[in-house]
Design a protein around this ligand. Sequence first.
Ligand code: PGA
Length: 258
Amino acid sequence: MSKRTPLIAGNWKMNKTATEGVELVKAISAAVGIDPNVNVVLCPPFTALSAVGAAIEGSHLALGAQNLHDKTNGAFTGEISASMLRDLHVTHVIIGHSERRSIFGEDDAFVNRKVHAALGATLRPILCVGELLAEREANQTMEVVRRQVEKGLEGVPAAKADHVIIAYEPVWAIGTGKTATPAMAQEVHAFIRKLLAQQFGAESAARILILYGGSMKPDNADALLAEQDIDGGLIGGASLEAKSFVELVRSASKSVAG
Ligand code: PGA
């Protein structure tokens, strides 16, 4: 199988003012330079997108958002549309993060509409899926992941498959310091790739990036990234400091550079 160029995406969540964000990306950009072996996306809060976007112009770093609304415009107080993100040179958008699902009640149907809204505006959706601890303990991991992948991507044509990115984030590993073992993560990633092959065909599925998220840190990244179907990371806590984030970018680069 051709090796996919890995992607490291930083999900800052509700952290960093615009001023703090600019400082952070300057440090990241200076350390990363230009590296053809890895792609890097930063997902600051909406309020920092413009400033961070300006600060990374011409660099190796790309800009992502953490959410969007599925409608193009209208009476949706507090919401942000795909075209508003495009206008700020955003290229990626996280969709269906477990915090949005659990705290803000987003269901698979809403997540699916957001995926279509993103693709319609040529934004690359990073669709997050993953089981709760209780679901893993009840042996429901694959069933939950299957539902979230199939419903999340419902109606997406094969022609758009290359734009889709999946992030497998076991909810019990997010922000907890507990990581799935490389073997546990690989098992689910391989399963997700099988689901993608059913929907889009094996060739497209082989090109789609499947990121791991959930307490990925410099000390566990090499082992996770060495797995065949783990194509990078969606990083929360460790993306808030240049040092740890840059180490993760280097791990991903090394995982393909050999
Ligand atoms: P974490 O968060 O790296 O802090 O576990 C990952 C995520 O929620 O995307």
